[in-house]
Design a binder for this molecule. Structure first.
Ligand code: SF4
Length: 461
């Protein structure tokens, strides 16, 4: 398995990693790989399946346009996005990769195929470019969750090579938790140490630490902004941001309740997901829709657990969390469009539970147990965002996921590490449950809350 910690944790923008970050990356990559852009006379983008069904609410159209203009999720400045799109709408043209002018008609050149799904994944898109000499270039991309993208060929290739550890150059190659635990038993090393050893085959120790510290800094900043900003979220549902108001009242209240600590953890997570819903700067963890859980549990660790060496603990937390995310991505999915919300909030909960257990000194077996508990109690969770927006149930769901992660870590840390269900078994159960789940519950907004809570926005779709 060739995945890195920074594949799981990517700095980007909201509201969705699969529907915003992935499409933006795909649009830009399509152009970078097409020669002779100076001859382009037309560019067309077609969205399929879940991207077409929930793309308006998830800002897929905006993401694709920004990607064609050369923007990246990491570097685009959220406050400048609306101005760029307004300029495109009024001029009817854009500069591909910021350089090559082409006319772009939002009706003719951006197509929504809601009834059609491409064969590789529910989140498919086709890019086509025509040159003024009559030649053309086209490519299909899939956005497979968490900001990962693949062409058709790459998807087939990864399916055929993913289970082959024999050619890996990593010191601790693993494709299952059983393999990772076996490495630990043989070497006597912790999961965090083994992950670090794998990572430093790509970069130095110092570069790894700098990168991981930056991820935490962006997560922390996102919580802080979310705890300060009030108002209404975009998208037409008129959802009010609650984290800042509840945070103020929690801090001003004279009454101290036993569960105040957990209340604050929920607010950290909701603060991040409100920022995400507003199109702000967030880190995929492992997705945008589930981006609040890991930062919330990390802040709980850093502030409430009073660690003696928080810097090391936070790095270990994120390394171990990434190992769980890698296993879920490889052996099931982290895409709500593929397996429902169990693959987003459920996986984030497992990652946070494992990370917290590691940071608090848990054994490898206790880490496995915590991660397994985290997923087990999200099995079957559907993805049914109201109005196709990453707001209801997503924001509160992150608050709940963060609290469950702490409970999972606590149960594991107070046990001797033996447990009945293995992480590999529960990941396979999640995969099969997702395969059996009806399409209407997989990020299509055709079932669940999305149809039982009628909104002006939804009725108009
Ligand atoms: S319901 Fe879950 S999977 Fe679906 S958009 Fe919301 S957070 Fe993502």
């Amino acid at each position: 398995m060739d995945m890195r910690v920074f594949d799981l944790f990517k700095i980007g923008v909201g509201p969705s990693s699969s529907h915003t970050v992935g499409p933006m990356l795909a649009a830009r990559r399509f152009l970078l790989e097409c020669p002779e852009l100076f001859k382009v006379s037309k560019v067309q983008v077609a969205l399929y399946g879940s991207l077409a069904l929930t793309g308006h609410g998830h800002a897929t159209d905006k993401a694709v346009l920004l990607g064609l203009m050369g923007e990246t999720p990491q570097d685009v400045i959220p406050d400048t996005i609306e101005d760029k799109l307004t300029a495109l709408a009024s001029s009817g043209s854009m500069n591909l990769l910021g350089e090559y002018p082409v006319k772009f008609d939002m009706m003719d050149d951006l197509l929504w195929h809601k009834q059609e799904v491409l064969p590789g994944h529910p989140n498919g898109m086709r890019f086509t470019l025509t040159r003024n000499d009559g030649t053309s270039c086209d490519q299909v991309f899939y956005s497979t969750g968490g900001g990962f993208i693949s062409t058709e060929a790459e998807l087939l290739q990864s399916a055929s090579t993913d289970n082959d550890n024999t050619t890996s150059s990593l010191p601790f190659p693993f494709g299952t938790m059983a393999e990772l635990l076996a490495h630990g038993q043989r070497s006597g090393l912790s999961i965090a140490t083994m992950l670090r050893a794998n990572e430093v085959t790509h970069c130095s120790d110092a570069e790894l630490d700098t990168g991981v510290d930056k991820i935490w800094a962006v997560m922390k900043g996102c919580i802080s902004r979310g705890l300060q900003i009030s108002g209404e979220l975009p998208g037409g549902l008129h959802v009010k941001r609650r984290a800042a108001k509840l945070w103020r009242s929690a801090n001003e209240s004279a009454d101290v309740l036993p569960h105040d600590g957990m209340h604050k953890v929920s607010l950290y997570a909701m603060a991040v997901n409100e920022e995400n819903a507003a199109g702000g700067r967030v880190v995929t963890a492992p997705t945008n829709g589930a981006a609040g859980i890991i930062p919330a549990v990390l802040r709980y660790y850093a502030e409430d657990c009073k660690p003696s060496n928080p810097e090391v603990g936070i790095r270990n937390f994120l390394l171990v969390a990434s190992a769980i995310g890698m296993l879920c991505k490889k052996n099931a999915s982290i895409s709500g469009a593929e397996i429902g919300c169990q693959g987003e909030v459920g996986v984030a909960c497992a990652m946070a539970a494992a990370g917290l257990t590691a940071a608090l000194g848990g054994t490898n077996e206790q880490i496995e147990s915590a991660a397994e508990i985290g997923i087990e109690h999200h099995l079957g969770m559907t993805c049914d965002p109201i109005g196709g927006l990453v707001q209801i149930p997503c924001i509160e769901r992150n608050g709940m996921g963060a609290v469950k992660a702490i409970t999972a870590a606590s149960l594991a840390l107070r046990s001797d590490g033996t447990h009945h269900v293995s992480l590999d078994q529960v990941i396979e159960t999640m995969r099969q449950t997702g395969a059996d789940m009806q399409t209407k519950y997989k990020e299509t907004s055709l079932g669940g809350l999305a149809v039982h809570v009628i909104t002006v926005n939804h009725a108009a779709c």
